[in-house]
Design a protein around this ligand. Structure first.
Ligand SMILES: O=P(O)(O)O[C@@H]1C[C@H](O)[C@@H](CO)O1
Ligand SMILES: Nc1nc2[nH]cnc2c(=O)[nH]1
Length: 246
């Protein structure tokens, strides 16, 4: 899901134990399966066990564990021409491109225990947490590589064509990737606060004369270069959140 593991906030060490995780996953998963079997036998309602519902199941498990705030990270290609490889983008908003074609993790029967049938997404990324990230970045002297922008998700796993990159940039996206948005939609549906960062691991190729080619090796290399600083940024935010909660 992410190049740097998603951070769990507000969870005691016991909560992170594998066994408890399995129990919660079993419970949620079992409920889903039972529910979808009933729905299938009595109507034409779509099964909730779509791939997107499956990959976002951990968000619901986090919710059941009492997690209130989600911090997610990803690697993304930079569409914004001012961005450099190694920049870190605070995600202020997203474009759910698969959603335009009806692929949304919430497609299927709505489980009212988690949230509304039609959840709002205009407040998907918590503004207070974005501001906290800017403040922490300044304090850590990371200001010169921390940005804020719009993330667009595509289905992957192929990287984009030049025409696609140009189109995405025109649509208002600053970075393009393959994850995070589905998790944020499910987390917001369940009422969790969300904050997300993109590491700009490569430049999206926008020019037919360019010799640049998106490749996974560069993504991994950039991830290694910034890992320590990203860890510092996120762990400082977590400490501040814990302090503010006490
Ligand atoms: O952090 P994510 O998982 O979004 O990373 C992107 C998608 C692929 O895993 C990888 C491609 O290089 O980067
Ligand atoms: N779709 C997409 N995902 C990425 N993940 C890291 N870099 C990229 C990219 O250029 N495009």
């Amino acid at each position: 899901m992410t190049s740097v593991a998603p951070q769990l906030i507000g969870c005691s060490p016991t909560h992170k134990s594998g066994r408890l995780w399995e129990l919660c996953a079993d419970q949620v998963w079992g409920d889903w399966l039972r529910y979808s079997r009933t729905q299938r036998s009595s109507s034409t309602v779509k099964s909730p066990t779509s791939p997107k519902a499956q990959i976002t199941l951990p968000m619901r498990v986090f919710k059941l564990l009492g997690v209130e705030t989600m911090i997610l990270t990803n690697a993304a290609g930079g569409l914004n021409q001012d961005y450099k490889v190694g920049d870190v983008m605070i995600i202020k908003d997203h474009i759910n491109m698969p959603g335009f074609a009806g692929s949304n993790p919430l497609v299927g029967p709505n489980d009212e225990r988690f949230g509304l049938r039609f959840p709002c997404m205009s407040d998907a990324y918590d503004r207070e947490l974005c501001q906290m990230a800017h403040d922490v970045a300044e304090e850590l002297h990371f200001g010169d590589f921390v940005r804020e922008g719009v993330y667009v998700v595509l289905g992957g796993p192929s990287f984009e064509t030049i025409a696609e990159c140009r189109m995405l940039h025109t649509l208002g996206a600053d970075a393009v990737g393959m994850s995070t948005v589905h998790e944020v939609i499910v987390a917001r549906h369940a009422g969790m606060r969300c904050f997300a960062l993109s590491l700009i691991s490569n430049r999206a190729v926008m020019d037919y004369d360019s010799q640049e080619r998106a490749n996974h090796e560069e993504v991994l290399e950039t991830g290694k270069l910034r890992a320590k600083q990203l860890e510092k940024l996120v762990s400082t935010m977590v400490a501040r959140l814990e302090h503010n909660n006490n």
